[in-house]
Design a protein around this ligand. Structure first.
Ligand SMILES: [Zn+2]
Length: 389
């Protein structure tokens, strides 16, 4: 099916009224048309948002979140493509487990998706699979095979904490040098991305070493680690570090959710033993646009953060509204509301009630409406790494 959509769009760094013609890909952009979808005043079409770092869980962890609930929440938040992390049960780092994980997304994902493999001893075979790259966890920095994986041409995404951080008590883990030190383990390698930097020194060192880097909204906004709800790795830093990190929003490449759902019975365990993680995949896009509404960043910077830069990091045809790119759009509007999740199995996050000034009007994935005003439809996403570019 080929559709014409008409409305205000962010195109070539300008906002203008246009008509976009698309099926699964964008076919043509004109100034006049007879539209199938005529967007209401006050909405703005952006290239589809991308989240490089989520834990959609599924498989044997479906009690925490499954692919339908997690990707519906992503669509609700305007995210049209998510990257899924391998620390599920089973752990995803073999031909068999990667194939199983990709099948589950193929059947159930309501947005486009890709997966990362964990560090593997089976690099030769795994590297040929349709994966985006590899996730390197702190404990991997002690493994020989990690340094083989780092030589892969694919993307390597590092959780920056030294292995010692895992063995230290929670208070010691607050030391930001545990985070910064991890970058030196990988400094000799290419195509490395540093995820969830919690402080500006990590951001600047990452850029100096030629890496790309992201931050999360929770490391900016959550007011310290007080309980299990606010427990996350790397930990939330103190107010000074968080104010500096706000400055880094003009220096980082992208912003990610690190959506990490857990069941409420797990989060109710004592603080010392409960699992870390905040699950707010739907927060990132409205939050980034809220920064535009408040005059903290420009619309250009917002689009770079949520779409253009992650598309560039992944080297896939997303991130700009132009012919032949996938017809993925995040259509937003500026209005006041307070954040909460809607489709995720997680109904409590430390960002609940946060006042936002932008919301998602519509999410279009592969040319189909995946979400309209908060109602998510069962459309099927694709893996761009399994397609011809
Ligand atoms: Zn994570």
């Amino acid at each position: 099916m080929i559709l014409w959509i008409k409305g205000k769009a962010y195109l070539n760094k300008e906002i203008k009224e246009v008509c976009i013609n698309f099926d699964r890909r964008i076919k043509e952009i004109k100034s006049i048309c007879k539209p199938d979808i005529d967007l209401p005043q006050g909405t703005l079409i952006l290239p589809g948002a991308i989240d490089l770092h989520t834990h959609i869980r599924g498989l044997k962890l479906s009690y925490k979140e499954d692919v339908v609930s997690g990707t519906s929440e992503a669509s609700y938040g305007g995210v049209t493509l998510i990257g899924d992390m391998p620390n599920t049960i089973p752990f995803v780092n073999t031909v068999e487990t990667i194939t199983t994980k990709l099948k589950e997304f193929e059947y159930y994902s309501r947005v486009d998706y890709f997966v990362y493999s964990g560090v593997t001893k089976d690099l030769e075979k795994v590297d040929k699979l349709p994966i985006a790259g590899y996730k390197i966890f702190p404990e991997d920095l002690e493994k020989e095979e990690t340094f083989e994986v780092l030589k892969s041409r694919k993307l390597k995404i590092l959780h920056p904490e030294v292995p010692l951080a895992l063995k230290s008590n929670r208070k010691l883990r607050l030391n930001i040098w545990y985070e910064i030190g991890a970058l030196y383990y990988v400094k000799a390698y290419q195509n490395v991305h540093i995820t969830h930097a919690t402080n500006i020194r990590t951001v600047r060192l990452a850029k100096e070493l030629g890496f790309t880097v992201d931050i999360t909204p929770h490391h900016l906004l959550v007011n310290g680690e007080k309980d299990c709800l606010t427990k996350v790795n790397p930990p939330i830093r103190d107010i000074n570090e968080r104010l500096w990190l706000l400055q880094a929003i003009s220096e980082v490449d992208t912003i990610v959710s690190d959506h990490a759902p857990h069941a409420s019975f797990e989060k109710l365990q004592p603080y010392e033993v409960c699992p870390p993680g905040i699950a707010a995949v739907s927060f990132t896009v409205p939050f980034t646009l809220t920064l535009v509404s408040k005059g903290i960043i420009s619309i250009d910077r917002a689009v770079e953060l949520i779409s253009t830069n992650p598309a560039r990091i992944l080297n896939i045809p997303y991130g700009d509204i132009k012919e032949n790119n996938y017809a993925n759009f995040t259509i937003i509007q500026f209005n006041d509301w307070r954040y909460s999740t809607k489709y995720s199995r997680v109904i409590e996050t430390p960002l609940d009630g946060f006042p936002l000034k932008a919301s998602v009007y519509m999410t279009i994935v592969q040319g189909k409406a995946s979400n309209l005003e908060g109602e998510v439809f069962p459309v099927k996403g694709i893996n761009p790494f399994g397609e011809d570019k």
